[in-house]
Design a protein around this ligand. Structure first.
Ligand SMILES: [Mn+2]
Length: 318
């Protein structure tokens, strides 16, 4: 029996969700299953998930949007924008399998999944308590301070950084396998993680300087455009490290594969929030959470990404 687990790629919550689901499945559903992993990334225009990814006898998606494919047998997500295709939500509501779950009020998909399979399938998630705590803290942006989120001293945050930055799917899969049994401190100490972290951290220090040079705070909103630098993923708290009193950040990035507009609110100043960023992003084909969202465009559509960012900036500053 082959189990395929599809998870939100380059994301601590996505990887931790995959680790918890694996342990649950092997303990409570089928201990003899062989497990394969594949990360899913958001595509331009919110395109449907390619049928070709469902290669298991059972297929699970965790921390990523819904699919109406009959091959999808398990689903757990907490994104507000989980239903992107016409008919997705009605299809989910009509599902009677008892194996598909959505709760957009949950901070982390990892804890949502763990709680759900504990209640419904008698899984004991307590050996994974450390992982659950960090997933909740990271995905809920419950860091003590911008300093904690940007200086990355805790092992869990080093693992998070490697997961977010690596383009090597084997690294992500190895971390998912190790998250099932090993403490995060032990994972962070291993050379394949520690060496990558050192490289990424050096780049991260450069990114802080790029943002410092480019970012402008006006009317409570930080804006910067690092598309020309070829950056499309940076630590999302740098702007609050530099501007602790900002309410929002809007930035434009670009990689070989895509152009991207990222929108976030300052987690340390929730009282300054006046917009639902998920709704704002949906107008341009993106999505996410009320407090943090993003819109992906093709690499060639950088001018469209810039126009969307300018539009959103005007709305947040207005
Ligand atoms: Mn998540």
């Amino acid at each position: 029996m082959r189990l395929k687990i599809l998870f939100h790629d380059n994301c601590f919550d996505g990887a931790a969700s995959a680790a918890v689901f694996t342990r649950f499945y092997l303990e409570r559903i089928n201990k003899d299953a062989t497990v394969e992993y594949q990360g899913l990334a958001h595509k331009a225009g919110g395109a449907a998930i390619d049928e070709g990814v469902f290669t298991g006898d059972e297929n699970a998606i965790v921390d990523f949007r819904y699919s109406q494919s009959p091959k999808l047998t398990w689903w757990f997500d907490h994104h507000v924008s989980a239903f992107q295709q016409p008919g997705d939500e009605a299809h989910f509501r009509a599902d009677r399998s008892g194996r598909k779950f959505h709760d957009p009020t949950r901070k982390s998909n990892t804890c949502f999944l763990a709680d759900t399979v504990r209640e419904k399938f008698g899984f004991d998630p307590s050996p994974m308590a450390e992982l659950l705590e960090w997933a909740e803290l990271i995905d809920g942006a419950q860091f003590e301070s911008p300093r904690q989120a940007v200086e990355l001293k805790e092992p869990a945050l080093q693992v998070m950084t490697v997961l977010e930055a690596t383009r090597d799917p084997e690294v992500v899969k190895r971390i998912i396998r190790e998250m099932q049994t090993r403490p995060l401190e032990e994972i962070a100490r291993q050379p394949y993680v520690a060496d990558l972290f050192r490289q990424i951290y050096a780049k991260h220090q450069q990114n802080i300087e790029v943002v410092r040079a480019k970012a402008k705070l006006e009317q409570g909103v930080v804006f910067f455009d690092v598309a020309d630098e070829g950056l499309d993923s940076i630590n999302k708290f740098i702007s609050y490290y530099l501007y602790p009193d900002a309410a929002y950040t809007v930035w434009v990035g670009k990689s070989a594969a895509r152009s991207k507009v990222s929108i976030g609110s300052n987690p340390w100043h929730p009282e300054l929030r006046r917009h639902d960023l998920s709704k704002l992003a949906e107008r341009y084909g993106g999505g996410g959470h009320p407090v943090v969202a993003a819109i992906s465009f093709s690499a060639a559509d950088l001018p469209k990404a810039r126009a969307a960012a300018a539009d959103i900036l005007a709305q947040l500053r207005g």
